[in-house]
Ligand binder design. Structure first.
Ligand SMILES: Nc1ncnc2c1ncn2[C@@H]1O[C@H](COP(=O)(O)OP(=O)(O)OP(=O)(O)O)[C@@H](O)[C@H]1O
Ligand SMILES: [Mg+2]
Length: 202
């Protein structure tokens, strides 16, 4: 099998942050604002490869995962390179996917995320960038939190308190439709990010 460095180096990126080609053992499972994430075939690991210009985040994110290593809701990290991190692959759905495929997000799930974030705060971190695509419900029902690169920022992040509020005030209501069309959810996320939802300011 190739080394993780070889796998990271196999990824050829097009100008517009799209994957042109990569090793055949890699399956693209997600693209964020700073990185591609691939599952490594026949393993339980994922490799997060940062876009050109974002490579410095690999070290910052790895250091934060090390601080979080005893909190089971965060994946373990196995290797860090100049532009990549190797971590546990989480089989499951992000909360964004749960909302679009109708998987119910319970109050228990919200509590579990809240508990993990409190533990992270107790370790001196400032959990930030807690959005729907950075929270997962694994196929065994457990909660997992990813993308911790901004947990050391000093700026106050209201995203998690807003998500909790929306779960309590809207999602939990019987009349709330639990399956939301993806384009509509993307539009809501866009309006929210612009700060245009008055009671859910960032
Ligand atoms: N360990 C993992 N297991 C399974 N899926 C993952 C894993 N890490 C990331 N993903 C998927 O890849 C997507 C992008 O990953 P990630 O959030 O780490 O990238 P990012 O560029 O830092 O994102 P952002 O845009 O939030 O800053 C996630 O939303 C998720 O769908
Ligand atoms: Mg993310």
């Amino acid at each position: 099998m190739s080394t993780y460095l070889e796998l990271a180096n196999s990824i050829i990126v097009k100008n517009n942050n799209r994957v042109k080609s990569c090793d055949k053992s890699l399956t693209l499972i997600g693209t964020g604002r700073s990185a591609f994430v691939f599952r490594i075939e026949s393993t339980t690991k994922a490799i997060k490869v940062f876009f050109p210009g974002f490579e410095h985040i690999a070290k910052e994110e790895t250091e934060i995962y090390h601080v979080l290593k005893d909190i089971t809701q965060f994946p373990s990290v196995y290797e860090q390179g100049r532009n990549y991190i190797v971590m546990d692959y989480i089989e499951g759905d992000t909360l964004f996917e749960c909302l679009t495929n109708g998987t119910v997000i319970t109050s228990g799930h919200i509590q579990e995320i809240d508990d993990a974030l409190s533990l992270a705060s107790d370790l001196g971190l400032n959990p930030s960038d807690i959005h729907l695509r950075n929270l997962l419900i694994a196929s065994n029902g457990e909660i997992k939190l990813i993308d911790v690169a901004r947990y050391r920022q000093t700026k106050d992040c209201k995203q998690w308190s807003n998500l909790k509020k929306a779960h309590l005030q809207l999602y939990r209501k019987r009349y709330f439709v639990k399956k939301i069309p993806k384009p509509f959810l993307n539009m809501l996320a866009f309006i929210y990010k612009k700060g245009l939802i008055p009671t859910y300011r960032l």
